[in-house]
Design a protein around this ligand. Structure first.
Ligand SMILES: C[S@@+](CC[C@H](N)C(=O)[O-])C[C@H]1O[C@@H](n2cnc3c(N)ncnc32)[C@H](O)[C@@H]1O
Length: 231
């Protein structure tokens, strides 16, 4: 299991955001694409608790995680609702979907040589998240971290026609991956440049639903930016 992402607090929060902002509002087998499924537990747990009418196609590059996810999907007979490809979404022919969802890699570091290289989010931590918002899906649910240049993501989303439709926040203690000295020291540097925001051992993780802007739609971008830069 050592090489599979493991942070139950974060995965449960992702699950909770999905249930409240995506799954509950889906109808008629709405189609969902997921970037970075990990061991699949966030979605599998939601599907086992509720009978959501959704079809999810996941993409996971880590072969051990992909195998673990498929074993559990088979065990609970969820193949009709959840399938995962051992591939990168950016390199695939992008499936059409109503929603793109992700708890993306968001660790800032000088380079990808960290405990788990697939959690590298580019030098500022926001690179993968920002690339996801450039894929132009109508609705995008992503987790954003306050130490991963959150304002760049909020600004990029706005520029690309998204509004922040809803969000929820989890204060989270630096964990195994973000406490790695190479990562933590780098985050400290980013803090002096006002790119990373955290307080002692805590940072904010936000579950954010971006929607392509429609006339008179509510936009909580300013409120989200205010919270994420408040630490
Ligand atoms: C933060 S973990 C989230 C895992 C799971 N969704 C969860 O919340 O428990 C991010 C996942 O993205 C995967 N990943 C990173 N880059 C990827 C890529 N280009 N394509 C597909 N998966 C990727 C990593 O292997 C990792 O499993």
């Amino acid at each position: 299991m050592k090489d599979i992402f493991f942070c139950p607090e974060e995965s449960n929060f992702y699950s909770n955001c999905l249930e409240n902002f995506v799954f509950r509002n889906c109808k008629n087998s709405d189609f969902i694409v997921e970037f970075g499924s990990g061991d699949g537990s966030p979605i599998i747990n939601s599907l086992l608790k509720n009978n959501f009418d959704v079809v999810i196609q996941g993409f996971e590059l880590n072969t051990s995680a992909w195998k673990a996810a498929n074993l559990t999907i088979d065990e609970y007979d969820l193949n009709q609702k959840y399938t995962i490809h051992n591939a990168c979404l950016f390199k695939s022919s992008k499936p059409k979907a109503d929603y793109l969802i992700a708890n993306p890699p968001y660790l800032p570091a000088p380079d990808p040589d960290i405990y788990m290289p697939l959690l590298f989010g580019g030098k500022d931590g926001a690179t993968v998240t920002n690339e996801l918002l450039l894929l132009n899906y109508e609705n995008v649910l992503v987790l954003l971290s306050s130490f991963s240049n959150p304002t760049s993501t909020i600004n990029l989303a706005k520029k690309n026609g998204y509004c922040v439709h809803n969000f929820m926040i989890l204060p989270l203690k630096f964990g195994y991956y973000s406490s790695e000295p190479k990562v933590k020291n780098y985050i400290e540097e980013l803090r002096t440049k006002k790119i990373a925001f955290y307080s002692r051992d805590y940072y904010f993780l936000a579950g954010v639903l971006f929607k392509k802007r429609q006339k008179s739609a509510i936009d909580l971008s300013n409120e989200l930016a205010q919270v994420m830069t408040s630490l």
